[in-house]
Design a binder for this molecule. Structure first.
Ligand SMILES: [Mn+2]
Length: 323
């Protein structure tokens, strides 16, 4: 299934590229996309970054110099499309014509639910992050082309995904190879202070007000399951964007005795995004897949088109079957 060699060949043999990823962007999604984006630019290629969603505030330090296109403004043809960190073709954050107009489709990803939808795929579900796969790819290309591809800027992008997807090197997906990568990126000059300050130390006061309200909704079910609920009104009243609250998910898991933590976020009256986290043994990717979602063993998500109440009932019932 994996074809790193052919992916490198396809990259070397092409001049036009489009980069995309999944919606509800996160550090790994943006870090890996920009890591590839800047690398291809450095190699003199034409690259367009397409993403039909808003970038979370705490990640805008990475995207401030990049022109991110909306699908509707992109009508190029015959490019190599590279999808990063996207576990499912249906989760791609671009319109259909972006996929239809490409001459070759490459998927680089670490989600267990990825069914190798690309023409060429580099999938490793044990990898800490898609950024780690991009790091491997760029390391191979550096050897082949004899050009030092990873500079400070690219290192900063890749370090961001490594830090966010491993929860600051604390989750079980943190491998020995992750530390080697961190070592190399730090040596090259990744802006570690900038990353940590922007991502973890720059929350608005309104965010804390929302967090307070969110924590007040905390429910513990049979000691092992916890859930926090964020309604549309709570987001609106505190003037916080839907894409800026992912960090709240960790609170659901970090409670004594809790195995599965759930965050229910209301995007519309009948559109509920559910984030799953587990601590030791429950495979939440499997549970999310029952609701047409997916992800990793310890972190997954899905969207349910129903009321908040119904979504909570259905998901909690299913989770209790796995406890
Ligand atoms: Mn990821």
């Amino acid at each position: 299934m994996n074809n790193l060699e052919n992916i490198i060949k396809a990259i070397n043999g092409s001049n036009d590229f489009v980069i995309t990823s999944h919606c509800s962007p996160d550090g790994d999604n943006i870090g890996s996309s920009l890591g590839v984006y800047y690398s291809l630019k450095k190699l003199g290629k034409n690259v367009v970054y397409v993403l039909d969603d808003t970038i979370p505030l705490n990640l805008r330090f990475l995207t401030k110099d990049v022109n991110i296109y909306n699908s509707e403004d992109m009508f190029n043809k015959d490019y190599v499309l590279i999808a990063l960190d996207c576990g499912d073709k249906s989760r791609l954050c671009c319109k259909e014509h972006i996929v239809k107009n490409c001459s070759k489709f490459i998927s680089i990803d670490h989600h267990a639910s990825n069914d190798a939808y690309g023409d060429l795929n580099y999938i490793d579900i044990v990898a800490s992050s898609t950024c780690e796969l991009v790091y491997n790819l760029l390391t191979e290309m550096t050897k082949e082309l004899d050009i030092d591809i990873i500079d400070e800027k690219i290192a900063t992008c890749l370090y961001t995904g490594l830090v966010t997807d491993t929860g600051n090197f604390s989750y079980s997906n943190t491998n020995p190879s992750s530390f080697l990568m961190a070592y190399h990126l730090a040596k090259v000059g990744a802006s570690r202070d900038e990353i940590i300050q922007n991502i973890y130390q720059n929350n608005s006061v309104n965010y804390y007000k929302l967090l307070g309200e969110a924590l007040n909704t905390l429910q513990i079910i049979e000691k092992k399951v916890s859930c926090i609920t964020l309604s549309l009104d709570m987001l609106k009243n505190n003037n916080i964007d839907f894409n800026d609250v992912d960090g709240i998910t960790t609170y659901t898991r970090d409670i004594e005795d809790v195995e599965v933590g759930l965050l229910f976020k209301q995007k519309g009256p009948n559109e509920i995004k559910v984030s799953f986290r587990s601590k030791n043994y429950v495979n939440v990717s499997k549970i999310a897949q029952k609701f047409s979602g997916g992800g990793h063993i310890r972190a997954a998500g899905c969207t349910i088109n129903d009321t908040l109440e119904n979504a909570k009932n259905m998901v909690i019932k299913e989770v209790l079957n796995h406890i």
